[in-house]
Write a protein that binds this ligand. Structure first.
Ligand SMILES: C[S@@+](CC[C@H](N)C(=O)[O-])C[C@H]1O[C@@H](n2cnc3c(N)ncnc32)[C@H](O)[C@@H]1O
Length: 679
C-alpha cells in the first residue's frame, strides 16, 4: 500500500519496503511477506540464500524459499534480493575471495531465475574493490532486466550533525570518510553501467548538506533508513531530525524509495495498544502489527505532508530527464502542436505585453496619443500571440498602433490570416509571409518585437535573424527583447550520461539537448556565457563568441564527477539554495553543463530560466544540457575551467566546448561536425 497520495506524483518513492534481517528459513518467506504487506509495507529486501552457506562441490544452494512458494508476480513486485553480506571479493584470503565470487554469481543467477527486478549487493569491504567491481561488471554484461543496487553507507564527511551525534552516538568512528568515493571508484570500474544503481544506508549522522547534494545526480534507487537514525518525540513515537526530514523529502522528490531497516527502538504500539510483536519477521497468523509499523507511519506522514506537485511540475513530469533535440525554428517549420504549446504559456505573453506597453509609453507621450501611430513589427509572429499582446498593450496604454506580422512559416501564416479576420484586426495588422532577413519593408519600425529565443538564448539564431531585421528598424527604434544572455553551470547527471552513452557514438556526446533536468546535482552557481544586444548597428558587430569560465566548487561539496553544467539545491526542489558555502572540499564527478538564458525585454521587464532569476510559472523553455564525452573526476579544491565558442559559418551556427581544468577534454563538436543550427 503506497505511503499515500500526492497529487500528480506517480513515482516509485510512493512505495516503502522493509529489510528482512533474519534469514527466513523453511517456508518463512511467504509468511513474512504476508505480514509485511498487511502492515502496509510494499516490498521486502530479503536474503535469498542462507548466510551460513559456503560453496561446497555438489551442494544444493540453500535458498530461502523455493520459487514455487510465491507467484512470479509476487517475486518480481514484492521482493528485492539481498545478496549475502559476508562476501568479500577483495580479501587477501584467496579461498574467501573465490567462495565470494562463486556465491555472488550463484545468488544473482537465482535472483534472475526468480525474475526479481533488483538485488542489493553489499558495500565494498575495503577502499580497494577492483576485484569486486570486475565480477559485478562481468555479471552486469549478462543481465537484461535486473538491476544491481550497490549498498553504500551515507557516511559523514565531516561533523555537521553534532547534536544528533550526542543523542545517538552509535557510529563512533572519528575517521573522516566519504563513501561517495567508494561508489565513484566502483562505478568507474563498471564503466558507468546503466544497470548499476545505489542503495544508500541512512544512518543517525549525516554528511553536510552540500556533500549530500552530490547524490541527487547519482542513480540512487533506494534509501535504507536505519531505525537507529530515528529520534523519539515527546509522545514516545519515532521521528527524524530536521536534516533527515529534508533529505528524505529530497529523496521523495527524486523518485527514491525508502526501505526501513533495523530492530524497533520504539515500543509505542505495545504501550498504547498492547499488541506489538517486536519480531519484525513475525510469522504467526495473529493480526499483530509489524514491529516497524511506527516507522512506516512516520514515513507516510512525511510523504503526505509534502506540498502537492505544482501544476507546472505535473505538466512537466513526463519530460523529466528526457533528452530532446532543440527546435530549429529557422531551418524547419514548426508544427501546429508546437505553436499550441507555446500559446498556453500566458506568463510569457504577459511579460511581453508589459514590455511593449512600457515601450509605447516611452515612444509616444500623453500629448501625442491622438496624433501619433506607432509602427510595430512582430518578426517571427507564429500564429499571432505576440500580435495580440501588442494590440492589448496599445489598448491598455491608449496608444495607436500599426502592426506588421512577419512570418516565414507558410502554415502559420494561414492561421494568422484566420485570426486577423476572426478578431476584426484587418485595419491594424498587415501580414507578411516572408523571411525577415530578406523582407523589403515599405516603412521603418518604431518597435521590433520578436521571440526567437532558445533555452540557451541565442541557440535558435535570434542574433542572425534580428541582424537581418534591424535594417527596417528606425535608428532610435526599440527592439524587444533588447538583450539576452546565456548561462551555464556544471552538473553531475548520471542518468543523462547513460542515456547518451546508449547511442554508442561520439556525435551524441557532442550535441546539446533540451531537457527538464531532475536527477542532477548542480555543482556551482551559473555564470554568464554569451550576451547579445539589439539593435546593434556597429559595423564591427559579429555573432561569434568565445568565453572561458572558472567554477569554484562550494567547499563542503566533496568530490564529484561533472557530466554537464547545473547546481545543488539545498532543499532539493526549490531552486533557491545551492551548494556554495565554504568549508573543507571533497571531490565530485562532472558530467556536463546545464545552460539557461535570461532576456531583458525592455528596461526592467525580463524573462528567463536562469535559476536565480527565472520567471515564475513560465514553461516554454527547459534548460539545455551540454554533455561531456567522459565524466570528469574533479578532486577537492580543483576549479573547473571550461571554454565555450559560438561559431558562425555560411550555412550554420554551432557551439564548441572543452574542459581545460581539472583535466583537458577533447574539443567537443569541432567544426560543428555533430550538432549545428541551420541558417
Ligand atoms: C519561437 S516561435 C515564436 C512564435 C510566436 N511569436 C509565439 O510567441 O508563439 C518563432 C517563430 O519565428 C519564426 N521565424 C524564425 N525565423 C524567422 C525568420 N528569419 N523570418 C520570419 N520568421 C521566422 C518561426 O517560423 C516561428 O514561427
Amino acid at each position: 500500500m503506497p505511503l499515500g497520495q500526492r497529487a500528480g506524483d506517480k513515482s516509485d518513492s510512493r512505495y516503502c519496503g522493509v529489510e528482512v534481517l533474519d534469514f527466513p528459513a523453511g517456508d518463512g518467506l511467504p509468511a513474512v511477506l504476508t505480514h509485511s504487506l498487511s502492515s502496509a509495507f510494499d516490498f521486502l529486501l530479503a536474503p535469498l540464500v542462507d548466510p551460513d552457506y559456503r560453496p561446497t562441490p555438489g551442494a544444493v544452494l540453500p535458498v530461502a524459499a523455493s520459487d514455487l512458494v510465491l507467484s512470479p508476480s509476487q517475486w518480481s513486485s514484492h521482493i528485492v534480493g539481498k545478496i549475502s553480506e559476508w562476501i568479500d571479493l577483495d580479501s587477501e584470503d584467496e579461498q574467501l575471495r573465490l567462495d565470494s565470487e562463486l556465491t555472488l554469481k550463484q545468488e544473482i543467477a537465482w535472483a534472475t531465475h526468480l525474475s526479481l527486478q533488483a538485488c542489493v549487493i553489499p558495500p565494498p569491504k575495503r577502499s580497494t574493490c577492483a576485484n569486486y567491481a570486475r565480477v559485478v561488471n562481468n555479471i552486469l554484461q549478462g543481465l537484461t532486466n535486473m538491476q544491481l543496487w550497490l549498498r553504500i553507507p551515507l557516511e559523514k564527511s565531516e561533523s555537521m550533525d553534532e547534536d544528533h551525534d550526542k543523542v545517538n552516538n552509535n557510529n563512533p568512528t572519528s575517521e573522516t570518510v566519504d563513501s561517495w568515493e567508494w561508489w565513484n571508484s566502483f562505478r568507474l570500474l563498471c564503466e558507468h553501467s546503466s544497470q548499476l544503481y545505489v542503495a544508500l544506508d541512512i544512518l543517525s549522522s549525516l554528511p553536510s548538506m552540500n556533500s549530500l547534494g552530490r547524490w541527487f545526480g547519482e542513480p540512487v534507487r533506494a534509501a535504507i533508513l536505519q531505525t537507529d537514525a530515528f529520534l523519539t518525540n515527546a509522545r514516545g513515537y519515532p521521528c527524524l531530525s530536521k536534516r533527515h526530514q529534508t533529505l528524505l523529502t529530497g529523496f521523495f522528490n527524486h523518485s527514491v524509495q525508502v526501505i526501513i531497516s533495523g530492530r524497533s527502538n520504539h515500543n509505542v504500539s505495545q504501550v498504547s495498544e498492547g499488541v506489538l510483536s517486536r519480531d519484525e519477521n513475525h510469522t504467526e497468523d495473529t493480526p499483530t502489527q509489524h514491529a516497524l509499523s511506527p516507522y512506516l507511519d512516520y514515513m507516510a506522514y512525511l510523504y503526505q505532508r509534502m506540498d502537492p506537485l505544482p501544476e507546472q511540475e505535473r505538466f512537466e513530469i513526463n519530460y523529466r530527464d528526457f533528452l530532446q533535440s532543440p527546435l530549429q525554428p529557422l531551418m524547419d517549420n514548426l508544427e501546429a502542436q508546437t505553436y499550441e504549446t507555446f500559446e498556453k504559456d500566458t506568463v510569457k505573453y504577459t511579460q511581453y505585453q508589459r514590455a511593449i506597453a512600457k515601450a509605447l509609453v516611452d515612444k509616444v507621450s500623453d500629448d501625442e496619443v491622438s496624433t501619433t501611430r506607432t509602427v510595430l513589427m512582430v518578426v517571427g509572429a507564429g500564429r499571432g500571440p505576440l500580435v495580440r499582446a501588442s494590440l492589448q498593450a496599445a489598448e491598455e496604454t491608449g496608444r495607436m498602433l500599426k502592426v506588421y506580422a512577419v512570418e516565414k512559416n507558410p502554415n502559420a501564416v494561414i492561421t494568422l490570416h484566420s485570426l486577423i479576420k476572426l478578431e476584426g484586426w484587418e485595419s491594424m495588422v498587415t501580414i507578411i509571409s516572408s523571411d525577415m532577413r530578406c523582407w523589403d519593408a515599405p516603412e521603418k519600425a518604431d518597435i521590433l518585437v520578436s521571440e526567437l529565443l532558445g533555452s540557451f538564448g541565442d541557440n535558435e539564431l535570434s542574433p542572425e535573424c534580428l541582424d537581418g531585421a534591424q535594417r527596417f528598424l528606425k535608428p532610435d527604434g526599440i527592439s524587444i527583447p533588447s538583450s539576452y544572455t546565456s548561462f551555464i553551470q556544471p552538473v553531475t547527471a548520471s542518468k543523462l550520461h547513460n542515456d547518451i552513452k546508449a547511442h554508442k557514438d561520439i556525435a551524441h556526446f557532442e550535441t546539446a539537448y533540451v531537457v527538464k533536468l531532475h536527477r542532477v546535482a548542480r555543482l556551482a552557481p551559473p555564470q554568464e556565457v554569451f550576451s547579445f544586444a539589439h539593435p546593434n548597428f556597429s559595423p564591427k558587430a559579429t555573432n561569434q563568441r568565445y568565453t572561458k569560465l572558472q567554477f569554484e566548487l562550494p567547499q563542503d561539496t566533496g568530490s564529484c564527477l561533472v557530466h554537464g553544467m547545473l547546481y545543488l539545491p539545498l532543499d532539493f526542489y526549490s531552486v533557491k539554495l545551492y551548494i556554495y558555502h565554504s568549508n573543507p572540499t571533497y571531490p565530485i564527478i562532472l558530467a556536463g553543463f546545464a545552460g539557461y538564458f535570461d532576456a531583458v525585454l525592455y528596461k526592467d521587464v525580463h524573462l528567463g530560466i536562469e535559476p536565480n532569476t527565472c520567471t515564475p510559472n513560465m514553461f516554454s523553455w527547459f534548460p539545455i544540457f551540454f554533455p561531456l564525452r567522459k565524466p570528469i573526476y574533479v578532486p577537492s579544491e580543483s576549479p573547473i575551467e571550461v571554454h565555450f565558442w559560438r561559431c558562425c559559418g555560411a550555412t550554420k551556427v554551432w557551439y564548441e566546448w572543452a574542459l581545460v581544468a581539472p583535466s583537458p577534454s577533447p574539443i567537443h563538436n569541432s567544426n560543428g561536425r555533430s550538432y549545428w543550427v541551420g541558417l
